[in-house]
Design a protein around this ligand. Structure first.
Ligand code: NDP
Length: 307
């Protein structure tokens, strides 16, 4: 297709200002403008966070997220719309966020922050704090996010194993299990960390059986997508203390409803789906768009093409 105008849809604004990305791409040989819903039909391509029905009339949609579960693959394909995503850029950001959660648990930082809001000088019990070297983590999903998590945790002395469909080895992971061996993989580790995309196949992959298989002292982390986890089973496992805590960036319903019991639990860290946030986000996304504009020009296949 002929690319003349790229719109940066205003739905990206919660992640970075749309205007930052449009100026970053202003040297492309095509028009790049910030657009609202009423200007979609005047574009050939759109860079976006959210989906809109009007995207079915254009040639190319680029998702600023790696997760594309919000897009209707069949309808896009039926209308010959190309969908690309932003996988490949969130390794370091999410890796550091997950390291932050683990350091909070081991050095009790979330407890101190909570005490601080009430001006309370309370030390943790003598045996609550620990250090990370020698602990082990099982990362479910060994792609960009999983590999970034493995890199950062490996540098902190954590033994990292992984779970993926094939079970084939991945650099940075001491051992990799196949999805079928998930229950074995999550037993006997201090941390279980989920970085899976949401698909029909991964929905509720983490269920009551997984929490049952985990150690009582283990903590659970989800930075993939909320519905990959049976959240009711997670809450039940936390309430019955069959696991020791959780750090969660993604939820079954977002924003996490005010009445959710997850907000009130001492050993649960809640972050508002921002594990990958960074001031560089618009540049990292822009580089993928630029690469694909170049590829379109030279007739090569798109990078990160999903549909
Ligand atoms: P990748 O595609 O690089 O990695 C996905 C991994 O999941 C692969 O290693 C894949 O391995 C594994 N996997 C295991 N089972 C399945 C299955 N049934 N279907 C598909 N994959 C499977 O994606 P990213 O690491 O970039 O992102 C992963 C997800 O994390 C995104 O889809 C998004 O939902 C979420 N995300 C969340 C963010 C946040 O802010 N919290 C930020 C960025 C991403 P194999 O193919 O070997 O099975």
């Amino acid at each position: 297709f002929e690319l003349e105008r790229v719109g940066v849809h205003e739905s990206v604004d919660p992640v970075f200002p749309a205007s930052e990305l449009s100026s970053y791409l202003s040297d492309l040989p095509v028009d790049v403008d910030v657009i609202g819903d009423d200007e979609i039909d005047a574009c050939d391509a759109v860079v976006t966070l959210e989906h809109r029905e009007a995207f079915l009339e254009i040639d190319w949609v680029h998702s600023i997220q790696a997760g594309v579960d919000r897009f209707p693959f069949d309808a896009l394909e039926a209308n010959d719309v190309i969908l690309t995503n932003s996988t490949g850029i969130h390794d370091r950001t999410v890796g550091e966020t997950v390291a932050g959660y683990l350091l909070a648990f081991s050095r009790r930082l979330h407890e101190h922050v909570a005490n601080g809001t009430e001006r309370r000088w309370d030390k943790p019990a003598w045996d609550d704090a620990f250090t990370l070297p020698g602990t082990s983590a099982c990362v479910v999903g060994t792609g960009t996010l999983g590999s970034g998590v493995a890199d950062v945790l490996g540098a902190l002395g954590v033994h990292v194993t992984g779970v993926r469909r094939s079970g084939d080895p991945v650099p940075g992971f001491e051992e990799v299990y196949a999805n079928d061996d998930l229950l074995e993989a999550v037993a006997d580790v201090e941390f279980v960390i989920v970085t899976l995309p949401l698909t029909d196949e991964t929905h509720h992959t983490i269920d009551a059986d997984v929490f049952e298989a985990m150690d009582e002292g283990a903590r659970f982390v989800n930075v993939g997508r909320g519905p990959v986890v049976d959240q009711d089973a997670l809450i039940a496992a936390l309430e019955s203390e069959s696991i020791a805590g959780a750090a969660l960036d993604v939820f079954g319903t977002e924003p996490l409803p005010e009445e959710s019991p997850l907000w009130g639990m001492d050993e649960v860290i809640v972050t508002p789906h921002c594990a990958a946030f960074t001031e560089d986000y618009f540049r990292d996304t822009g580089d993928i768009v630029r690469e694909n504009v170049d590829r379109l020009d030279s007739g090569e296949a798109f990078h990160n093409r999903i549909v």
